[in-house]
Structures are given as structure tokens and as C-alpha cells.
Design a protein around this ligand. Structure first.
Ligand code: ARG
Length: 506
């Protein structure tokens, strides 16, 4: 058969494909993502065939040499008329080594092949994403510590609610970032290798699936070939876990947009992460945050798209699953970029302490403190105190008087109208936001309590980093082990070549 043409046709189906079907069918673009994983996959498959006695050393060596050459050439060296990366590699291999390339797919189907390459690439991409999340977590902790003493009003329902520190506010997201990073590192199923399952029920070629799994950096072979080739649980799980973190982080983006607004004005994103208007020359807009917010929203929606493509498919493999792969790479691209941008804003933004304090000066944000004080020393139940302070707040609000230290006299007067007599000196202290933030419960906004909480969170971030290093170590050992095994066929230089595409622990 002529070289360079599609490799699979000319048997059961022949002739040219309809051009529209060709476009619909071709996954070469999205497959660039898995190119290097797929070559590794093929090298290990060749080794397994050789070790099983299905190929002699001469053929195995020449296939392996050709595959390594393909890795050197990169995805741009592949023929463009193939259906997908698997076919393209086989066709290119035939260019390089001749008809012996026809042995490559013995005992393997594109079904176990693509499932394997996608799991490898997904674990690589997730490792990168986890690293980005750790960096964001670290940046939030660092700024949180620096801003633990900057007081402002925190909001519920976008109404000024209680005093807190800006450091407290920002670091609210850290536990979620830690949990997300940890979860993305442990997506169930990603440690199980589909290779050797063939189309779905196994093959007659006795390859050692444990050996294949180890060489490809998995913990074990997938225990059920039908699942490994026909379902995509690990991909959907990864999308679900990404969605949870993404939706949390859209809120961080929103908070920063709000804090940067003209009306609040507590933070100022750096110019390099801001835009201006084409008509209003005075505008400095937080576009980076808004775009990150939208991209992260898309990411949380992809889980639903993935379920839509995957759900209700009959067993086993269906071509629909190809579309799912593309969704995953797209979601990872959006997620990684957005998290990086958010982190840069957090690191680079300036903070206006006076404007922050100002949000308290004009507000009634210490009202709970006052009610708790009345319940404590004034002999009222909390519910009574809550009503009294509520009425006082309503009257002061009508006159535009803030419930602050400076207006303690007015507050005392209003309380007397409610039949509650308090010592004005004591009242002044209760209305002091500096005292109010010193809330004596664990996890509160009290700077003395935030410090230890941040140390614990930092410890957790370090723990995830260690777990990531641990896995990177295994992946590195797997690359070396493949290299050693190929050395027995006289093929050298694989690991270095692979690491041009992705390096574990970089
Ligand atoms: N490009 C295909 C995918 O991503 C590879 C598997 C094709 N398998 C098949 N039976 N047509 O799913």
C-alpha cells in the first residue's frame, strides 16, 4: 500500500472518506496533547511483545528505533491525512522502517491505546495544575499574613456585616485550594493502566500487563478490561474535581473585582493585569479577574458536558469518547491559565489601608458585638438585645449616623431610649473595630488566631507538594526503567527525549 495514506482503509472499507466526515473524524489537533505519551505507550507495547516472544529482537529493535525517531521529530513530523495520532504514528513508522511497522498494533487496539495515553497525559496535566494551585495557595497565605492587621467590613448579601481583616478574607479560599489540590492528585483510576486490554476483552497475545503498567508509571494494570476501554470514570472524576475548585475560585475573582471597585477601592490590581476602555480614557478595568472568572465558570460547566457525552453510551468503546478527551484538555487549559492569572493579581495588587478602615467607619458592622455585650452585661437575652440593637441601628441609619466609637454618645442615648443603660466608656470599647476583630474563637479573624491557622494550612500545602514530588519520583523511575529496557534492544536516549515534552517534578 502507498505510504503516507490513511493506514486503516483498504480492507473492510475503501476509497476516500467524505470530506465532512473526515473533518468530523479527525482528532489530530487535540491529539497533540497525547503525542509523547502515545509514543511511550507504543515503545512499552513493543517491549512487551518482544518480552512475550511475539516479536524477535530485530523487529522489536527496529520498531523501537523508529518510534524514538518519531518522538524526536515531534507531532509536526506526522502525516496530516491520518484519522488520529495513533494512525499517524503507525503511518510515519512505516515511512521510517518499512512494512515491519505492520507489527506495531499486534495485540493492541486504539481503544486500550487511547485510554492509556489519555490517563498518562491527564496525570501530567493534573500535576501541573496541582502545582499552580499550590502556588496560588502559597501566595494567598503570604498576602494573608501581611494583611492580617488591615481591617475592613466583611459582607454578607453584599451588605456590610462584621469587621474582619483583609488577610482573613483572602485566606478563606486556602482550605478549598488545599482540598482541591489534594483531590486532583488522587483521582481514582488514574493509577490503573488500560494497556493490554485490546479492543475491550483482552487479546490472544500473552503480554505481561503488570510489566507494562510499571514501565508506564502506573501502580497496577486496570483490573477490568471492559471498564478500562469502554468507560471514562477517571476523566469524569477529574472534571468533577476541577469543577469544584473552579467554582470556588470564581468567587475569589468576584471578591477581588468588588474590592477593586470604585465604591470599595480597597485593592488595586497591577497595570499589567488591567485594561482600559477604548472610549473612556479614565477607565482602569479588572479584565484579568473577569476573564479568569468566566473561564473558570466554563470549566465548572464542562463536567456537565462530559457527563452528557459519556452518559447512556452502550458498552464498550464508542467513538463519542474521542470528543470527551478534547473537552478535558480544553478545561485544563482554561483552568491552569486562570489560576495563574488569579495568583498574579493576588501577588501584585496594592492595598489601601485607609479605604479598608473607611468601610468600617461608615457602617454598623459592630452591631453583633454590641448585642452580645448587652446580652453579657446588660442582663438581656440575646434575642432581646438583638431587637434593641436592631431598632437603634434603624434610627441611626435614618440619620446617617455610623455605629462607631466616635458616636458612642449617640449610641448610648439611643440605648437609653430603649431602657438600657450602659457605661459610655465601656461602650466606646465595644464599638472599637480593633477590639471587635479580636474574636476569641478558633479560626476567627483575630490576627493572633489567624497566624496559627495559616501555619497549619501552610503545613498542608507542603504535604501536598511532598505527595506530588513522590509521584514525580515514580514517573521519573518509570521513564528510566523504559530507557533501560530499550537499552537491551540497543535503543538509547528515550527518557531525555520524552522530557522535552514533559518533565516530572519540574
Ligand atoms: N481517536 C480515537 C479516540 O480518541 C481512538 C480510538 C479509536 N477507536 C475506534 N474503535 N475507532 O477515541
Amino acid at each position: 500500500m502507498a505510504l503516507g495514506g490513511p493506514g486503516y482503509r483498504g480492507g473492510r472499507v475503501s476509497g476516500e472518506r467524505d470530506p465532512d466526515f473526515e473533518r468530523l473524524s479527525c482528532s489530530l489537533d487535540q491529539d497533540r496533547e497525547i503525542f509523547h505519551c502515545d509514543v511511550w505507550n507504543s515503545l512499552v507495547h513493543v517491549l512487551a511483545l518482544w518480552e512475550a516472544g511475539a516479536l524477535d529482537g530485530g523487529v522489536a529493535g527496529s520498531l523501537a528505533e523508529g518510534l524514538l525517531e518519531i518522538l524526536r521529530e515531534g507531532p509536526d513530523g506526522l502525516p496530516e491525512e491520518a484519522e488520529d495520532v495513533h494512525e499517524a504514528i503507525e503511518v510515519r513508522l512505516r515511512d521510517l522502517v518499512g512494512e515491519e511497522a505492520g507489527w506495531l498494533q499486534l495485540g493492541r487496539s486504539r481503544n486500550d491505546q487511547v485510554a492509556t495515553s489519555v490517563r498518562i497525559r491527564l496525570r501530567e496535566r493534573l500535576a501541573d495544575v496541582v502545582l499552580e494551585l499550590l502556588r496560588l495557595g502559597e501566595a494567598l497565605v503570604a498576602r494573608g499574613r501581611e494583611l492580617a492587621g488591615v481591617r475592613l467590613a466583611g459582607y454578607t448579601h453584599l451588605r456590610r456585616a462584621q469587621p474582619c481583616s483583609l488577610g482573613f478574607w483572602l485566606t478563606s479560599y486556602v482550605p478549598e485550594v488545599v482540598r482541591g489540590a489534594r483531590a486532583l492528585l488522587r483521582v481514582p483510576g488514574l493509577e490503573e493502566c488500560p494497556l493490554g486490554c485490546s479492543a475491550f476483552s483482552g487479546s490472544t497475545v500473552r503480554v505481561d500487563r503488570h510489566r507494562e503498567a510499571t514501565l508506564l508509571g502506573f501502580r497496577r494494570p486496570a483490573r477490568h478490561c471492559g471498564e478500562a476501554t469502554g468507560l471514562r470514570g477517571p476523566l469524569l472524576e477529574a472534571l468533577g474535581r476541577l469543577a469544584t475548585v473552579a467554582s470556588g475560585l470564581t468567587r475569589l475573582a468576584s471578591d477581588l473585582v468588588q474590592l477593586a471597585s470604585d465604591d470599595v477601592g480597597v485593592v488595586e490590581p497591577p497595570d499589567e493585569l488591567s485594561s482600559t476602555s477604548s472610549v473612556m480614557p479614565h477607565k482602569k478595568n479588572p479584565d484579568a479577574l473577569e476573564l479568569a472568572r468566566a473561564e473558570l465558570s466554563v470549566v465548572s460547566g464542562v463536567k456537565g458536558l462530559g457527563d452528557g457525552v459519556h452518559g447512556k453510551l452502550p458498552l464498550f468503546y464508542n467513538r463519542d469518547l474521542q470528543v470527551l478527551n478534547g473537552l478535558v484538555w480544553d478545561a485544563l487549559d482554561r483552568f491552569e491559565l486562570s489560576v495563574r492569572v488569579l495568583r498574579k493579581v493576588v501577588e501584585g495588587m496594592e492595598v489601601d489601608e485607609e479605604r479598608a478602615e473607611g468601610t468600617l467607619k461608615g457602617s454598623h458592622a459592630v452591631a453583633v458585638d454590641l448585642a452580645e455585650f448587652l446580652a453579657d452585661v446588660g442582663g438581656l437575652t440575646f434575642r432581646e438585645a438583638h431587637r434593641v440593637v436592631g431598632r437603634v441601628s434603624a434610627r441611626l441609619d435614618r440619620e446617617g449616623v455610623p455605629m462607631t466609637r466616635e458616636h458612642a454618645g449617640r449610641v448610648a442615648e439611643e440605648l437609653r431610649r430603649e431602657g438600657v443603660d450602659v457605661d459610655e466608656e465601656e461602650l466606646r470599647e465595644v464599638l472599637d473595630p480593633g477590639r471587635a476583630v479580636r474574636r476569641p474563637v478558633e479560626g476567627s479573624t483575630d490576627p493572633d488566631r489567624l497566624g496559627p491557622a495559616l501555619r497549619r494550612l501552610e503545613g498542608e500545602l507542603r504535604g501536598v507538594r511532598r505527595a506530588l514530588d513522590d509521584r514525580a519520583g515514580r514517573w521519573r523511575r518509570a521513564l528510566r526503567a523504559t530507557e533501560v529496557a530499550l537499552g537491551r534492544l540497543g535503543v538509547e536516549g528515550f527518557a531525555e527525549e520524552y522530557e522535552r515534552y514533559w518533565r516530572p517534578g519540574a
